[in-house]
Ligand binder design. Sequence first.
Ligand code: NAD
Length: 296
Amino acid sequence: MTAKLLDGKAIARDIRDKIKVRVAALRARTGVQPSLAMILVGQNPASRLYVRNKVKACAEVGIRSTLHEFPADIDAAAVIARIEALNCDPEVHGILVQLPLPAHHDIHAVLRTIAVEKDVDGFHLYNVGGLVLGETVFPPCTPYGVMKLLDSAGIDVAGKNVTIVGASNIVGKPMALMLLRHEATVAICHVRTRDLAQYTILADILIVAAGVPNLIIPQMVKTGAVVIDVGINRLPDGRLVGDIDFEGIRKKAAYVTPVPGGVGPMTVTMLLENTLVAAERSVAPSRTETLTAAAK
Ligand code: NAD
């Protein structure tokens, strides 16, 4: 068996084309241009690269983006104050804080400061908690992107055994809640899980987000499984790889995502989608429920 590639780049392009049309339609109808404010603290090269990619992606679909940069040693209160100002700015529809933040910042306090209706990354306590009840305002971008990838390939998760490797607040945990809402049977593994293979081998759908190259080898995967590799790791030779033995698993799985070009482009695309939805809601608050339902 040779797995079909779940081509995140191509699927993301299709979704972005549709977002571009909706952005133009919103501007033509209301004069409102969706706008995303990004906060970047310090010089972390990976963070700077991610932010650059987001600025570029916004420009491609007609979303305005503004970058608010701070030095690494900035007073934590200054970042909070900037978020509060952005919360009150009617021209800003989405606010994103690029993580990680330097250690002297209280990440939870920073994320909680973002107005829920502008929290397009979906990391505010309300948005994360809302996932439990299925009432989140914005689904967090990476798990939302994984759901879209599965959906675009016609893979129904209801009744499937799904194993998630990685239990972080931004990927593993919200992913589990989204899948549960769609009636999958979900197992969540993490670094303290004993005998990881015993869980992965049962998975009809295996989602890996651990940040460990080659963590998942073919012997750990059921024949015909769908394997989604969220991991992004830079090897010493400069290559970018995920968390799975891609070549080996490709011979055994039914579907597999490449790295790069799998989940990564979907994450940025769902950020664009959430920002557009935030702008649409700002001009038609009464449509909030419809749009929330559409986003799930
Ligand atoms: P994290 O470090 O916050 O969490 C990692 C999780 O993996 C933890 O729950 C940990 O217990 C688990 N883990 C670590 N080693 C393990 C092991 N040997 N066996 C089982 N579980 C193990 O990381 P994160 O922020 O969730 O990111 C995970 C990976 O996904 C990273 O490579 C990151 O770069 C990538 N990522 C990609 C995207 C994307 O858009 N493609 C988005 C976010 C994160």
